[in-house]
Design a protein around this ligand. Sequence first.
Ligand code: NCD
Length: 360
Amino acid sequence: MDRYAEPTRQVYEGWDEFYSRSVDDKLDSFRQNGRIFDVIYAQQFDREFLDYLCSLAEKIRLLAKTKMGLGKLKRLLQHKRAMLYFVQPSTRTFLSFQNACYTLGLSVSEIRGTSTSSEVKGESQEDTIRTFASYVDLIIARHAEAGFAEKTAWVLNQTERPVPVLNGGSGPDQHPTQALLDIYTLEREFRNLGGLDGKKVAMVGDLKRGRTVRSLSYLMKNYRDVTLYFVAPEVFRMREDIKSFLTKHAIRFHETDDFESVMPLVDAIYLTRIQNEYAEHPSSETETYPAFHFKTKHLTMIQPHCALLHPLPRRYEIEVAVDKDPRAAYWRQERCGMWIRAALITYIFRVDQVILDEFS
Ligand code: NCD
């Protein structure tokens, strides 16, 4: 047998049956020729892939600094088109993907609300999805529905135009490319301290509905000797699915609602906002949970190397004056998003080797 032949694909009855399966069962469905093709869940990434993507992002970043390097990047994917289907609010994820596409020469089209697409005329989700694929070579989707990006990939993988799909945020479930940029940021912040291996990381805020902390938690299984501290009010504690995943993979985690007690212990603090758009009555959720905010007075309580991260947007979680402290990594984190997403797109279109060749 040709060792590069595709493994026989599992056949499913339909979308509902497929969606109900465990992620482990479905991982092969989003691979092609031994590589990740659609990016749907954080569980798709292993250590080798994460290390590779971070090193690729560093190289793209370096190339983009010069006119000649940027010119080479811009010629890589001039023949490709991408579609940003972002029907949930977004600033950073949208702009960073858009600019990653521009850097690599892709043309970009966008839909930013269902009210302007034919879904309002009664078109089925499946037909809308196939229509997107008719015009572009890559779909990046953000949707309030947890399974939308997955469904897009699943539908297209059964058509004659299975273009790759990247999940730019699937409701309160996952945000795998944010997790990539979070890992890239942590590895960079700890580059003189041996990277993320062996570090203690606190995740703070709405851990129940925050997709970024959920995806990032999955990625921790790829790092040695990491300890997590889940710091949340009782109502927003991390869900059982993540906790049982961590237990299964022998990743230490502690849960507490005492933020100040954790501050001196950790190497990184990842703050998040209350995700009240997922509440039944969003405007009735007015509590701001100040015990889970990081103030300037806390700067003396954390370690000299402690990195402060936040996926942004920020509300009250970090006092603005904290931005001046060199340990505030969230603005650097934001920029890392553009580079790691550019790296991911070169990988998906198999032009990553061209970048490596520039450095050989
Ligand atoms: C996050 C998101 O959309 O989940 N934002 C982002 O993509 N950087 C976090 C948030 O909205 O709180």
